[in-house]
Ligand binder design. Structure first.
Ligand code: HEM
Length: 405
């Protein structure tokens, strides 16, 4: 259902290893490889200033602010345009992602368990119109907007403008083209907003580590809100890198059960035989919370990652997929962009804001829903640390608020 109908057979994460997947992977690599990260950095800088401004102005909208931030970084890189808070197009995009995730869960669509149902005449396939509708919504609108602006000569140069002019794209079908853009929009937006939310839940429920993060931030940026953390501070802010890794491990993203992968040929493992077509996935939460792997796994405890690998975002957890442990073939293409999204945002948020649980509304961090229809998945009190931090945000972030494209 999620691949054939909702994705026109073109959603990369569900695509079998094939020439088509290799072409897409190559395109993703061009834009997302660790070397291409210079493209992301100025956007992450600007958008994270907008993010903390939003936290200051309307702290109750912290969740929507995270969504706007994550979405605006990728929209700026791919489409050359920024996203606004509560933009109905972003709300719709996140709804589409959530519908995809909901339909991805085992058992939701009978046809995935009983593929024989696909042989029914189309008009009798009751799941089809819902899937097609979701597929149509995804990337078409943004692509049309981009093409119209390119024709009118008003489009900023971005990944989309370069991509549409390549020979490779001219040979691609409509669905394939849409899903290059759709994959980037979806994969690039949801994962960072969810990880930021998990770290905030970790800050409210295990406040001890926040003090240690603060001590490091204050030593580097000033005890009285002298300046915001910058990219150049990264070598001195190892604790923040450990916080980001712990955020990836603590409550894994995407779905509790990972992303399914189908065997393309018969295989055997430890005496068990698996025919081609068997669907495998990894039990992401069980792995992340395994006491044999992690001491006090339930605790948000960045120190567990304060070691020689602290700057290797792929090591020590499975958040970017099991591929990182094995061949590396299917590892998340956007891991570096995602890690940097979270790093700069969380460094600035922690420097400027406090997070507390609301009396009578404790956060149950084991049941934070990933599908929330754009509402915050838990209640938390967000307050600016001091008047000096308010002044810093007003002084250093206003320009980001006034930047338009
Ligand atoms: C920030 C946290 C992120 C997490 C935790 C995450 C996690 C994942 C996971 C678990 C997969 C599935 C891997 C598999 O099939 O085994 C995946 C795939 C993918 N992700 Fe991410 N991701 C993140 C950010 C991003 C970003 C920012 C982008 C793009 C801008 C991105 C683009 C992709 C793409 C294109 C794939 C499909 C790769 C393939 O099938 O070859 N991801 N991601």
């Amino acid at each position: 259902m999620t691949q054939t109908i909702m994705s026109g057979d073109s959603r990369m994460v569900l695509m079998p290893y094939s020439d088509r997947w290799r072409t897409l992977r190559k395109i993703m690599h061009q834009i997302l490889s660790a070397r291409a990260q210079d493209i992301f950095m100025p956007f992450q800088d600007l958008e994270s200033k907008n993010l903390i401004w939003d936290y200051l102005e309307d702290p109750d909208k912290w969740w929507a602010a995270n969504a706007r931030y994550a979405n605006s970084v990728i929209m700026s890189v791919v489409f050359g345009r920024r996203s606004a808070l509560d933009d109905p197009d972003i709300v719709e995009l996140f709804e589409t992602i959530e519908l995809f995730l909901a339909n991805q869960q085992p058992g939701v669509n009978l046809v995935d368990g009983f593929p024989v149902l696909e042989k029914l005449p189309k008009q009798l396939q009751w799941w089809r119109s819902r899937g097609e509708d979701i597929f149509r919504k995804t990337a078409r609108r943004e692509l049309q907007r981009l093409e119209e602006k390119m024709k009118a000569g008003t489009q900023r140069r971005c990944f989309g403008t370069d991509f549409l002019e390549t020979e490779e794209v001219k040979k691609m079908g409509e669905a394939q083209k849409l899903f290059v853009f759709g994959t980037l929009m979806e994969a690039g937006s949801d994962t960072s907003r969810v990880t930021l939310g998990q770290i905030i839940a970790g800050a409210a429920t295990y406040p001890d580590w926040v003090e240690r993060a603060r001590a490091e931030l204050d030593a580097v940026c000033g005890h009285n809100a002298e300046r915001l953390p910058q990219w150049e501070d990264r070598p001195k802010l190892k604790y923040i890198s450990a916080v980001v890794k712990e955020g990836f491990r603590w409550r894994p993203n995407i779905a509790e059960i990972g992303a399914p992968t189908m065997l393309i040929k018969d295989d055997e493992h430890e005496g068990y035989k698996f025919p081609a077509g068997t669907v495998f996935t990894w039990n992401a939460w069980a792995i992340a919370l395994n006491p044999d792997e992690y001491e006090q796994p339930e605790r948000f405890w960045p120190e567990r990652f304060l070691n020689d690998d602290v700057e290797n975002a792929l090591k020590g957890h499975w958040a970017f997929g099991p591929g990182m442990r094995m061949t590396g073939r299917r590892v998340c293409s956007g891991w570096k962009a995602g890690e940097m999204n979270v790093w700069i945002a969380i460094a600035r948020i922690l420097y400027c804001f406090d997070f507390k649980q609301i009396p009578g509304k404790p956060i149950d961090t084991m049941t934070i829903p990933q599908i929330t229809k754009y509402a915050a998945p838990f209640d938390v009190q967000v307050t600016v640390r001091s008047q000096a931090h308010t002044a810093l945000i007003r002084r250093d972030c206003e320009e980001a608020m006034n930047t338009k494209y």
